[in-house]
Write a protein that binds this ligand. Sequence first.
Ligand code: DQA
Length: 156
Amino acid sequence: MKVRVLNGPNLAQLGSREPDVYGHVTYADLVELCEGVAESLGLDVTVEQTDHEGVLVGWLHEAAAAGDAVVLNPAAFTHYSYAVRDACAMLQGPLVEVHLTNPASREEFRQTSVVSAVASGVVSGFGVFSYVLALQALAAMDDSDMPAETNKDGAT
Ligand code: DQA
């Protein structure tokens, strides 16, 4: 399974960005963690970050065309970017929305995600381990006999 781990604005500043909120793990640490976990799970992963909405939309178009799975931390775009949401809706493979923090426990504006409704699932609040859990979920879905649509819709 090919997985694109896509990160939105300000996530390359991890380590120095509001460490009391986001911790001291750097973006380079996050990339290394995702690559190591993906390798151990037999997933073919790429990890990318952009501060630009159009670039993120373009990467989502590429993932849609290729049928790749996506782990997406849309960062602030989570809360207002219909362009990112609409590009996510085009994906053919599973989409896991991830967050380092638990936005539901933070400021009111973070309590809306325009992406969640088109995601297969959401992992929030476990720091960089949110990404590990997302990759584990994708690997489990890949190994499962259940059809992807069953997983995505939660139908039996
Ligand atoms: C975040 C939460 C968002 O509200 C915020 O804008 C981010 C990071 C997280 O990973 O916890 O940039 O997506």
